[in-house]
Design a protein around this ligand. Structure first.
Ligand SMILES: Cc1cc2nc3c(=O)[nH]c(=O)nc-3n(C[C@H](O)[C@H](O)[C@H](O)COP(=O)(O)O)c2cc1C
Length: 196
């Protein structure tokens, strides 16, 4: 049986981890691959794995992001070492024969059912986005997730003629703890949870 991570590891992933607006340092291609190799092991329904990611690093690629960004997210995103577009593929089910081999019929749970496809892709793609943040933090990087952008513009620019849709953006780099806002309050266990 696994044991709990030590307190320092819990701190790194949750207690001292923050959403960073100012991200610097450098992020290597190997770090991007390492994030992927961890996050892809997080669970999704029928192992459907709908998340698709574009790591935007080059100056030219950052300029393609620019017109879609909200004014408050513009400068910090242009300055971050890497911005990940966390997206989801509405044709994820085509890969189920490989990804979920113990039920060859799984592809037919989705084919022709747009509502189930959308719900499944968005639910599991969002979960994978959360695994992405946890993986990046576990590897010593900081994150700045954002939904303040024009999804349609990002989709037209980065995913034309495809069924891939953007979900959220996540800046990656090394955060500056001195530039953080104070941590906002969270709700208590009693406010949020029931044990039935
Ligand atoms: C999906 C998502 C979208 C967000 N969108 C924005 C955004 O567009 N702009 C922004 O400045 N912060 C954005 N945030 C940051 C949140 O406000 C921040 O994570 C939250 O206040 C918790 O901050 P903390 O991690 O420092 O405790 C977003 C966070 C998430 C997870």
């Amino acid at each position: 049986m696994a044991t709990a991570l030590d307190s320092a590891a819990q701190d790194q992933i949750f207690r001292t981890a923050r959403t960073h607006n100012v991200l610097g340092g450098s992020v290597t291609d190997q770090q991007l691959r390492d994030i992927y190799q961890l996050m892809i092991l997080g669970p999704t329904s029928a192992n459907c794995s709908p998340a698709r990611i574009v790591f935007v690093r080059s100056r030219q690629a950052k300029e393609r992001l620019r017109p879609a960004l909200s004014s408050t997210n513009l400068d910090k995103t242009m300055a971050a070492p890497v911005t990940a577009i966390i997206a989801y593929d509405l044709e994820f089910y085509e890969r189920l024969p490989v990804l979920f081999p113990h039920n060859p019929d799984a592809i037919n749970w989705f084919k022709g059912n747009a509502a189930v496809i959308q719900t499944t892709a968005f639910r599991n793609g969002s979960l994978q986005g959360a695994y992405f943040i946890i993986a990046a933090r576990a590897l010593g990087l900081d994150c700045g997730p954002m939904s303040g952008f024009d999804n349609a513009k990002i989709d037209a620019e980065f995913f034309p003629d495809s069924k891939i849709k953007s979900n959220f953006l996540c800046n990656l780099g090394v955060g500056d703890p001195w530039k953080l806002f104070p941590r906002s309050p969270r709700m208590s266990f009693e406010q949020v949870c029931q044990i039935a």
